[in-house]
Write a protein that binds this ligand. Structure first.
Ligand code: GLY
Length: 288
């Protein structure tokens, strides 16, 4: 056991209007503290990711859970996933409309054979596993002057050396009904392998899927430190265009993040560093 732990969360890659910036910082800080509390007391990376993402899903500032945007039919459809890097198990749900915490249903799927359940099938699974339900309207928050798109996510490393990654999103505003983005797809919106690292992404789902960006980032982490691996992934994304933000913890506990969007709300904490929140990578002086 290394006793070292670390956690990083994000609240979405996008342009954050001035009036909403403090809410993004505070929301990320609350979420990272929720994850850190689990890890400090010896809890698992999976439990830390679930706790942090639930906090983000509870906060209408973010486009996930209670803050979700609506599709072209004016309906909410949420996606979420979690990956346990200790055994490469994955649980994901997509196009769900009545789950209070999509990330928790994704967690319930970790021991199951299916990797991804969608729509009615996912909601039936959730009912059978005692999930919390709500009316679809309860998940929709007005985003006023915020583009209100994109994803939240978390990566955590626990004291046993296990890494987990998670994502949750209300998708893209006015997207086609039934459209699923990168967030619930392993190798696209997230990936975790405790021998290498964990990553969680945010941004334009179609671009991230077309470049299998989480897979590229994990592959780069096999030979590079997080900073150059993130630069490599963002360079790959340039081939198709699109905005993205990426958070990383590698197997040695190095925490880093990057983005090509104007802003990317992030907070991180570790055994050695207190929780801090940022809106742009240039505010965070560390280098990995
Ligand atoms: N990154 C979220 C989505 O495209 O659905």
């Amino acid at each position: 056991m290394s006793e070292r732990w670390a956690v990083i969360v994000h609240g979405g890659a996008k342009t954050i209007p001035e009036a909403r910036r403090e809410r993004h910082r505070q929301g990320c800080l609350r979420a990272v503290e929720a994850g850190a509390e689990v890890l400090r007391s010896g809890g698992s990376a999976v439990d830390a990711v679930e706790a942090a993402v639930r906090a983000l899903e509870d906060d209408p500032t973010f486009n996930a859970g209670r803050g979700s945007v609506t599709n072209a039919d004016g309906e909410v459809e949420c996606d979420a996933a979690i990956m346990d890097g200790s055994d490469l198990s994955v649980g994901g749900v997509a196009a769900v409309r009545t789950l209070r915490h999509p990330i928790s249903v994704a967690c319930s799927m970790l021991p199951e054979r299916p990797v991804l359940l969608v729509a009615d099938g996912a909601e039936r699974f959730a009912r059978d596993h005692g999930a919390e339900f709500c009316a679809p309207e309860d998940l929709i928050a007005p985003h006023d002057d915020d583009p209100g798109c994109d994803t939240v996510g978390c990566v955590a490393l626990d004291v046993s050396g296990d890494i987990a990654a998670g994502t949750s999103t209300g998708g893209l505003r006015d997207c086609a009904p039934g459209r699923v983005g990168d967030s619930p797809l392993p190798g696209c919106g997230l990936y975790a392998d405790s021998a290498i690292g964990g990553v969680s992404l945010s941004g334009e789902g179609e671009s991230i899927i077309r470049t299998t960006l989480a897979a590229r980032l994990i592959q780069a982490l096999e030979t590079d430190t997080p900073g150059p691996a993130i630069d490599h992934a963002l360079a790959v994304l340039e081939r198709v265009g699109g905005e993205a933000g990426l958070i990383v913890i590698d197997h040695r506990g190095r925490v880093d993040w990057g983005h090509n969007s104007d802003h990317f709300a992030v907070a991180h904490a570790s055994r050695d560093e207190p929780a801090r929140a940022f809106l742009q990578r240039s505010e965070d002086r560390r280098k990995t």
